[in-house]
Structure formats: structure tokens, C-alpha cells
Design a protein around this ligand. Structure first.
Ligand code: MRU
Length: 347
């Protein structure tokens, strides 16, 4: 499995997702500022992966901070990392987890604080892989046999510490012996589907066909697609789902054609503080991502551009939300909080 991100003695090593699939190059971030830059420029992307990167960024920052100014440096480190991308709540979840640990270590020697934060970041990484495998195990049964699964963007190993959420469900279905293939939306404008999902599935030998985003309706209508599985960047309490721009259109088309639309995500993607998806902040990305393709202009100079990186799919189009703690179904205002409730004692 591809190593998306690793903690090493030299720093935080990431595969550069802006250069895939043609160039497999790893970058080493030696400072928290470089980690923040890697998240902003999407060297690393995908909600769980940027959560892991932020946690490692915090740990890296504290390794280089001085004991005398640790509290103020810690605050700057966290706020710099939190300012990178606004939509995926996993980023804030991971920073918050590091902040809570830091607060609990108050008064301890700096060496002990550093060790504990590095350990926590590595733990978040390991947990993410285990969580994705559990999401896969919970979702595999929902994937119809002898059908095609449509996915949008990249919610695979590259978008996580490993294995993936949506692609984790697909991997688990294949491992369970299902005969499925995948249609990957190319995912304009950043082409995560074409560049990353196709590459990742090819590495695993899972049959994958690339389609442009505007072909999804055609194939959803044709009867070949058994289900849609996508990831998520933030899920509100009512089950509205923020995910890569274009997801909403796919969900409406799936609904129109009676195709189940599944969202696969860890519970760290739930934001139960938000009553609906209207309140999810949507990142606006640079206009050149739309006006250029690999540095070549595809629109006249001065073209006015909108480039929201995410959209919100209303809960009514979401058949189920697959998490590591189980599968939530409508009404989500009840089923999502229930996933987070402490397990009842069986005695
Ligand atoms: O802009 P990106 O590439 O970070 O967007 C990624 C997505 O929208 C993914 O579908 C989502 O983060 C889930 S990743 C498991």
C-alpha cells in the first residue's frame, strides 16, 4: 500500500500528490511551516490525511520550539496549521486532540512534552489506518456483487494514513470476493479522480475506468452502476455531507436513478455542533486551478472564475453513512449521535 505520510527522524515525509501519477516523488517537511504549506498546496490532501499531517506538524513544531517560549510557540504552531484549509473538520479535530494533550502536560519537562506529542501524532496515524479498515469491513456488505461502483474525487489510501474510506469499502468488498469494478469521476478541477484514484486502484489491480464528471448521469441511468461510494470532509448533525465539488450532482443523479449513494467516513468527520450543512465553511481555491491545466491556459486571460473546492449534499440524497462504529441511516439527527454514544454495558 502506498505510504501517504510517515513520521521519520528526518521529518514528516509525504508523497507529493500534486505530481502523481506521472512522478512518484516524496517530500520531507522539516518544520511545521513546511507541513502547513504542504496542506495548503495539496501536496497532501484528503480529510483524514490532512488531520494526520496537522498532528505531525504540531509534533514537529514542538520538537523545534524553545522551552522558554513554548506556550506561545505552541499557539502559533496550532493556529498556522488550522489556517491551511477550512472545510475538512478532521484537521481541527486532530489539532484539538494535540492541544488537549498539551494542556494535560503542563509543568512537565520539555523532553517529556515532545515525546508525548510525537507519540500522539504517530498514534493518530496508526488509528486512522485501523479506522479505515473497520469502515471497509462495515461497508463491504452494502456493495452489490457483479456491479460497478462509482466514486468521486479520491477517498483512498492517499486521502488517509492508508487503505482509504470510500476506496477502503471497495477494497474490503473485493477482498470479500465480490466481482466489482470502479468508475472514477475525473474530478475537475484538481483531477483527484483521474490522477489519484485511478493510479491507486491500478496499483491494487482493481479494475477501474475513468470517466469525466459530466458522464456520471449517463452511466447512473444505464443500470450498470450498483452504488456510489464517496468520502466526506465534514458531516453536519442532520446528515448533510460536505465533500469534493461535484458530489452533490452525483448524489442527485443517483437518487433520480434509484442508485444507493453511500458516504464512507470516520466519526472524526462528524461535526455535530453544526445543525445543517449550510453552516459548513466552503474553501475557495485559486482561480488558476480552473483556468489552467498543468500550467497551460484553457480560458482567455482575465476570465472571471469561481472555484469552490467542496459542495454540500443534502442528507435526503444520502442512503447511509458508513463509519468505523457502524452504518448510520436516516434520520441522521438520531443515528449519527448514537454512533458516538458510549457502548452500553451488556450486563
Ligand atoms: O480537496 P481534497 O482533495 O482534499 O478533497 C478531498 C475530498 O473531498 C475527499 O473526498 C474527502 O476528503 C474524503 S477523503 C477520505
Amino acid at each position: 500500500m502506498v505510504e501517504t505520510i510517515q513520521w521519520t527522524d528526518a521529518g514528516v515525509v509525504m508523497i507529493d500528490q500534486t505530481r502523481l501519477p506521472l512522478i512518484e516523488e516524496f517530500v520531507t517537511c522539516r518544520t511545521y511551516g513546511q507541513v502547513a504549506e504542504a496542506i495548503t498546496t495539496m501536496v497532501i490532501r484528503g480529510a483524514p490525511a490532512i488531520g494526520v499531517a496537522a498532528a505531525m506538524g504540531v509534533a514537529l513544531g514542538v520538537l523545534h520550539a524553545s522551552a522558554a517560549t513554548l506556550d506561545s510557540e505552541f499557539e502559533t504552531i496550532c493556529s498556522t496549521l488550522a489556517a491551511t484549509r477550512p472545510t475538512a473538520v478532521n484537521l481541527f479535530w486532530a489539532i484539538d486532540r494535540m492541544q488537549r494533550l498539551y494542556a494535560s502536560l503542563r509543568g512537565r519537562p520539555i523532553g517529556a512534552i515532545r515525546d508525548a506529542l510525537v507519540r500522539e501524532a504517530r498514534q493518530i496515524y496508526l488509528e486512522d489506518i485501523a479506522i479505515n479498515r473497520a469502515i471497509g469491513a462495515n461497508g463491504a456488505a452494502l456493495v452489490p456483487d457483479h456491479k460497478t461502483v462509482l466514486t468521486h474525487c479520491n477517498a483512498g489510501a492517499l486521502a488517509t494514513a492508508g487503505y482509504g474510506t470510500a476506496l477502503g469499502v471497495i477494497r474490503a468488498a473485493v477482498a470479500a470476493g465480490k466481482h466489482i469494478d470502479v468508475f472514477a469521476d475525473e474530478t475537475r478541477p484538481f483531477l483527484q479522480g483521474a490522477r489519484l484514484t485511478v493510479w491507486e486502484l491500478q496499483q491494487d489491480g482493481i479494475p477501474v475506468t475513468l470517466i469525466t464528471d459530466n458522464m456520471a448521469g449517463h452511466f447512473l441511468h444505464g443500470g450498470r452502476i450498483g452504488c456510489v461510494v464517496v468520502g466526506a470532509d465534514r458531516i453536519a448533525r442532520n446528515g448533510d455531507v460536505a465533500n469534493k465539488i461535484g458530489t452533490y450532482a452525483v448524489a442527485v443523479l443517483a437518487h433520480e436513478n434509484g442508485v444507493p449513494f453511500y458516504v464512507a467516513a470516520p466519526v472524526s468527520t462528524l461535526d455535530l455542533t453544526l445543525s445543517s450543512g449550510d453552516r459548513i465553511p466552503i474553501e475557495q481555491r485559486p482561480s488558476r486551478e480552473v483556468t489552467e491545466l498543468f500550467g497551460t491556459a484553457v480560458a482567455p486571460p482575465g476570465t472571471s472564475v469561481q472555484n469552490p473546492a467542496f459542495d454540500v449534499t443534502p442528507a435526503r440524497y444520502v442512503t447511509a453513512i458508513i463509519t468505523e462504529k457502524g452504518v448510520a441511516r436516516p434520520p441522521y439527527a438520531t443515528s449519527l449521535p448514537a454512533l458516538l454514544a458510549p457502548a452500553k454495558d451488556s450486563k
